[in-house]
Design a protein around this ligand. Structure first.
Ligand code: 13P
Length: 250
C-alpha cells in the first residue's frame, strides 16, 4: 500500500491578507510536485484571499483551527460550514499551541475531529510530547492516550481519510529537529496504535506527518522513513525553502 505524501505549512499567526496573497504568488511555482499533496494552513482571515490566489494550482488551503458547533452564540469562533463554504479542505486540530495557550484538551480535539469529518473536512490531528515527558520515558504512552481519545467514535472508514501530525513540543520552533530514529519510532507507534483501535487496513491507509523544525536539509531523510508520510512545517513554510521541502524527493 503506498501512501501519497502530504506536506503542509502551518503559518500560525503570521501574514496579513495582502501578505498571504504575495507569499502564495511567490511559492506557487516552487511547490509543484505531482507526487505530494501540498496544503497551506493559514490564519482564518487569510482563507478567502488564499483560496482565490491558489486557484488553478496544486495548493489546497487549510485552516489552523475550527469550533465543534454548527452555529450560534460562540463569539469569535469559526464553524466547519464556514470553512467548507470558503473553499477549505483541511483543518489542523489540537496543535500543541492551541492546547497550551487556548486550553484545548483531548476531549475538545475529539469533538472537533468528529465535526470536521461530518463536514468532509480532512482533519490534521496533532499530538506530541513535552521534553519532560520524553525525559521520563513516557512518550509512547502519552501519544497513545492522545490518539485513542482523538479517535473516539471515529469509524475506520473516516479514520483512513484523516492525517495525524506527530509534533514533539520540544522540537517546535526551536531549530531542534527530532532525530530520524526518534521521529520514525513514534510515527511507527502511532500506526500500530491505529492498527489496534481499528485494523491493519486502516493503519496502512492513514497518513502520519512529522512536524517540528523541519527544514529543507532534514526533510529528505525524515520523509524517507517507512511510517512518515510527510510533514507539518511551521517557520520554513513562510519562505522559499518550503519549495525545497515539498520537492524533497527531487
Ligand atoms: P516549526 O517548523 O516552526 O518548528 O513549527 C512546527 C509546527 O508547529 C507546525 O505545526
Amino acid at each position: 500500500m503506498s501512501r501519497k505524501k502530504i506536506i503542509a505549512g502551518n503559518w500560525k499567526m503570521n501574514m496579513t491578507p495582502s501578505e498571504a496573497v504575495k507569499l502564495i504568488e511567490t511559492l506557487k511555482p516552487l511547490v509543484k510536485n505531482e507526487e505530494v499533496d501540498v496544503v497551506f494552513c493559514v490564519p482564518a482571515i487569510d482563507i478567502i484571499p488564499a483560496v482565490e490566489a491558489a486557484k488553478g494550482t496544486n495548493i489546497c488551503i487549510g485552516a489552523e483551527n475550527m469550533y465543534f458547533e454548527e452555529k450560534g452564540a460562540y463569539t469569535g469562533e469559526i464553524s466547519p460550514g464556514m470553512l467548507v463554504d470558503a473553499g477549505v479542505k483541511y483543518v489542523i486540530i489540537g496543535h500543541s499551541e492551541r492546547r497550551e495557550y487556548f486550553a484545548e484538551t483531548d476531549e475538545t480535539v475529539n469533538k472537533k475531529v468528529l465535526k470536521a469529518l461530518e463536514h468532509n473536512l480532512t482533519p490534521i490531528i496533532c499530538c506530541g510530547e513535552s521534553l519532560t515527558q520524553r525525559e521520563q520515558g513516557i512518550t509512547i504512552d502519552w501519544i497513545r492516550q492522545q490518539i485513542k481519545i482523538a479517535f473516539l467514535n471515529v469509524t475506520a472508514d473516516q479514520a483512513k481519510t484523516t492525517v495525524i501530525a506527530y509534533e514533539p513540543i520540544w522540537a517546535i520552533g526551536t531549530g531542534k529537529v527530532a532525530t530520524t530514529e526518534q521521529a520514525q519510532e513514534v510515527c511507527g507507534a502511532i500506526r500500530a496504535c491505529i492498527g489496534e483501535i481499528y485494523d491493519q487496513a486502516t493503519a496502512a491507509a492513514i497518513r502520519i506527518q512529522y512536524g517540528g523544525s523541519v527544514s529543507a536539509s532534514s526533510a529528505p531523510e525524515l520523509f524517507a522513513q517507512p511510517d512518515i508520510d510527510g510533514g507539518l512545517v511551521g517557520g520554513a513554510s513562510l519562505k522559499p525553502d518550503f519549495g525545497a521541502i515539498v520537492n524533497y524527493n527531487k
